[in-house]
Design a binder for this molecule. Sequence first.
Ligand code: IYR
Length: 222
Amino acid sequence: MSETAFVPLQWSEASQEAMLAFGIENYEIMQLRRTTRHFSNKPVEKKLIELAIMAGSTAPSGAHLQPWTWVVISQNDLKIKIREAAEVEERKTYTKRMPEAWSEVLNPLGTDAVKTHLTDAPWLVVLFKQKKRLRENGEWGPTYYATESCGIAAGMFIQAVHRMGLVTLTHTPSPMKFLRQILDRPTHEEAMLVMPVGYPAEDAEVPDLQRKSLDEVAVFIE
Ligand code: IYR
């Protein structure tokens, strides 16, 4: 690849008060984020989905290869097809593949093989990880840290969705090969997450969970 030019970083220093105020505000907004399985079918402007994807795509990525493809679906027949295929896999997972160590932590959360969110939500966003890239010389080369890069991008997408006042769910049907087939993606792309996006249903519920405290999740070495 050819040399990249360097330009000055666009950055301006915020006051201590502004930094703290933003940090508090952001945390207060983010701690309200919940994953719900109950979506309304109320339409959502396409522009909002585009903005969330653009925010997600600002994520840092290995060698700046941006190894992600967001496939966005609103067509009903395609959503039905994805739901049917996901439920086939999920039924096998829940009844045959899930070891007890897994079901003991998952059962309390009330998840099951029925994926109504895949047809209720107005948009399905499927995040594909690009495992390879086409080099300038025409050969295929690897991407780097693609899982980490896509994980970060997904997190930023989820934050944008939440801050716009919408909800999403990180659905991980496994195995996910059917998504590449249904959505006609090339073989170097691997589906990583299916994220329905929309408004919560009026009677949406979430499990009554607590998040770990700062002391439980962080170690400061000063
Ligand atoms: N992939 C399944 C099962 C599942 C697994 C975990 I770990 C979860 O936190 C939630 C669900 C599904 O999407 O239902």
